[in-house]
Design a protein around this ligand. Structure first.
Ligand SMILES: [Zn+2]
Length: 741
């Protein structure tokens, strides 16, 4: 107001002209301050969120999912292209679309089987007679499995090859499993059969090759996915959600994420590509996934010592180690040959992007995404997430088109391509817009598989986002209840004791690279989260929903066994959309840095418990880490006081922006590009992947495990180095929250 008087009564004609323009442009509100004053201090509108929750419709989600899962749509196939157009059409809709939408393409390295020469294994007698050939495709129970576009099971990025040798059973293909076998069996030239779980897909083959294994077969044991059920006469799909005997989990056998030929650079036409022969982290030997029906035919005929108790699965026989088959079996003296015909191909893969422009802070982004590509029909993975995303964009798009709402900050939607091959579309996007996203992004919300099962919410994310997820979960009702909130239901299934709050739902961490949040969380340091509905763990031990990455992940399967009525989908849409609206519209970004401090303190006490004794004998003190943790806690409290001790709606826009920048950059402060030189794209000191079983600062935990094992001086030096890395990250993060100068 004061400045306006000065202008009004100023002498310069130019000043008067300026005022004329200002007044004309902004208009004058009742208290004669410019209109933007109100707009700039506007906070999230609770009535609007209630309206959003009301309008999210389960029938629409069901219809979306039916369309999305109607054809197989593996990355870059005609089915995928059809969905690119479908997404563009939806987001261009004049009544419910977004402000802008476009396709963004990258040239990426993928891997496919040969449709004319299906991969398989054979059992070959000493006289070269083929005694058994594995199934070439999964058995059809509905028309879906007969679609000619159903890709046969294969291990993407496993090389072509035809190794033949004696069969051994190698449990889960972990290093320790092969070490155990290697004590009594010469593994050179053997074929290993391993079950899913325990180790990454690629690692099962990489580890085996280190011991001389020549080929790998991977299957899912009914103990790990079907609660032991095996019969398709009455137990497995189509009679239940359990995996039929011929079902085989496809997947990318690739230990890194992003396009394999262009790490750190967006895979454009002109981008430098490393030679294919330089790729690491993929199987060096032929590898093939098979159904448990074929695995049963092999495992129950094995010779040799009994496998350890924890290696036994659900088959009605004692699992033996091999090598080779028992003399009394039909396969006595026979070898197993693995036949793989995969080949690498360069393909154009599209992301579909869409935006709703922000009104007050258009240069601050909240990103919401999911991949679009599947292995087969992909009803659950990923269409359950995309069906939810499309319902969210329909409701928000309609409010924008009707002029009822525009977010404070910009919202970017991403329908990522080629996720199944290694999170490629999202990672290339993160690489291409590295600077812009690093400087302007508030948060990334990932909803991939939105419903694993219909029991409870499962949320994973940076602790900074815990409070906004809780707020949303308290406001949304759990399916089938008028009174129980998602939060109250969640706390029954999964909870922990928090020093600050008592018993609260347990928010998981994003320490791996399971979906498209990876590039945002680990590489860009953007506060990220992943939201879904999931299992009642007292009812099933399945390691994932049983049709995962098979030809049975269809609309029929979803609507009968995963979420009849689609109310869990609706609940995820309401919860994730609620979080999105709060992040986009709140005056002060709804992150609570003190929740981060709680996690860091928990990490510290675990490290102190597990490492202090040994470290002190090595002359290494954890005290400087303790000091850094305390400083970080104090800094988070200081910032929270700044926020809660003043009426932010009356603060100047510059102060709010300053605090919001501190909140936005909190996760970014933990990035250290030099901390993990062996791990592509992993730079977040708190969340990088961890091999050690000790749940604490991952670099420190892994360095400690290695040094404790080897006893080498050079390894203990790495412990000291990682201690410094964590201390500096914590002190650095604390300093961004303390008084500005
Ligand atoms: Zn997925």
């Amino acid at each position: 107001m004061m400045w306006k008087k000065i202008l009004l009564f100023g002498v310069s004609g130019a000043a008067l002209l300026t005022v004329g323009i200002l007044v004309g442009h902004f208009g004058i509100s009742q208290d004669s301050s410019p209109a933007w004053v109100n707009e700039v201090s506007q906070d999230v509108d609770e009535a609007l969120i209630e309206q959003f929750i009301k309008e999210v419709d389960n029938k629409n989600i069901e219809q979306n999912l039916k369309t999305l899962a109607s054809d197989p749509h593996m990355a870059t196939t005609p089915g995928d292209e059809k969905l690119v157009k479908f997404m563009l059409d939806r987001w261009k809709d004049p009544n419910t679309g977004l402000d802008e939408t476009w396709r963004q393409t990258y040239k990426v390295f993928l891997s496919f089987p040969d449709m004319n020469k299906p991969n398989c294994f054979t059992v070959v007698s000493p006289t070269d007679t083929i005694q058994y050939t594995s199934r070439l495709k999964e058995k059809a129970y509905t028309e879906d499995q007969n679609d000619p576009e159903v890709v046969q099971p294969y291990a993407a990025y496993a090389p072509a090859g035809h190794p033949k040798g004696k069969l051994v059973y190698a449990n889960q293909g972990k290093v320790s499993d092969y070490e155990f076998l290697n004590k009594t069996i010469d593994l050179t030239g053997t074929i290993a059969i391993v079950r899913y779980g325990g180790a990454g897909r690629a690692d099962k083959a990489i580890n085996g090759a280190r011991f001389g294994v020549a080929g790998v077969l991977v299957y899912t044991d009914p103990a790990d996915i079907n609660d032991g059920k095996m019969s398709d006469a009455n137990e497995t799909y189509p009679h239940s959600w359990y995996l039929p005997p011929s079902g085989a989990e496809r997947g990318s056998f690739n230990g890194y994420f992003g396009d394999l030929l262009t790490p750190y650079y967006a895979a454009k036409e002109h981008t430098y590509r490393m030679p294919v022969s330089d790729i690491t982290g993929i199987p060096p030997i032929a590898t093939q996934p098979i159904g448990f029906e074929d695995a049963y035919a092999l495992i129950c005929k094995l010779d040799g010592d009994e496998a350890p108790a924890v290696w036994q699965g659900s088959f009605n026989c004692t699992y033996k180690l091999g090598p080779g088959f028992s003399n009394t079996s039909a396969f006595a003296n026979s070898d197993v040959q693995v036949n793989v015909y995969n080949k690498g191909e360069m393909k154009d893969s599209a992301n579909v992007m869409g935006v709703i422009r922000g009104s007050v802070e258009p240069d601050r982004y909240v990103i919401y995404g999911n991949h679009r590509d599947s292995w087969v029909h992909g009803a659950i993975d990923p269409s359950s997430g995309t069906a939810v995303m499309l319902e969210i964009t329909r409701v928000l798009g309609k409010m924008v088109k009707e002029g009822k709402w525009r977010p404070r900050r910009s919202i970017i939607f991403g329908s990522w391509g080629a996720e199944e091959f290694g999170l490629i579309g999202s990672t290339e996007y993160a690489e291409e817009y590295y600077s812009k996203l690093r400087d302007r992004t508030i948060a990334y919300i990932n909803v991939d598989i939105s419903v694993f099962a219909n029991a409870t919410l499962r949320a994973q994310g940076s602790p900074a986002a815990q409070s906004v997820i809780f707020t949303a979960a308290k406001q949304v009702k759990t399916p089938g209840s008028q009174t129980t909130s998602v939060y109250d239901n969640w706390i029954r299934y999964s909870n922990r004791s928090s020093p600050s709050y008592g018993i609260i739902p347990s928010l998981g961490y994003l320490t791996g690279a399971g979906s498209d949040y990876a590039a945002f969380m680990h590489y860009l340091g953007i506060t990220s989260m992943d939201i879904a509905y999931t299992y009642d763990r007292s009812k099933t031990k399945a390691r994932i929903y049983p049709a995962y990455h098979t030809a049975y992940d269809t609309f029929d399967y979803t609507s009968k066994y995963i979420d009849p009525g689609f109310t869990s989908h609706q609940t995820v849409a309401r919860t994730a959309g609620n979080v999105l609206l709060r992040l986009a519209d709140s005056l002060v970004i709804p992150f609570n840095p003190s929740d981060y401090a709680e996690t860091v303190e928990q990490y510290y006490s675990t490290a102190a418990e597990s490492f202090t004794d040994k470290m002190s004998t090595m002359g290494i003190s954890l005290e400087p880490l303790n000091t850094a943790v305390k400083r970080f806690r104090e800094a988070t409290s200081f910032l929270n006081q700044q926020i809660h001790n003043s009426d932010m709606a009356k603060e100047t826009p510059l102060k709010i922006r300053r605090i919001n920048d501190q909140l936005m950059f909190l996760d970014r402060a933990f990035l250290d590009p030099m901390a993990f030189p062996d791990k592509y794209h992993y730079r977040h000191v708190i969340w990088t992947s961890r091999s050690s079983g000790v749940a604490t600062f991952p670099g420190l935990a892994d360095a400690f495990a290695k040094a404790d094992n080897s006893g080498l001086k050079s390894d203990w030096e790495q412990v000291e180095k990682h201690l410094t890395i964590v201390i500096q990250a914590l002190e650095g993060a604390a300093s961004t929250l303390e008084a500005v100068i």
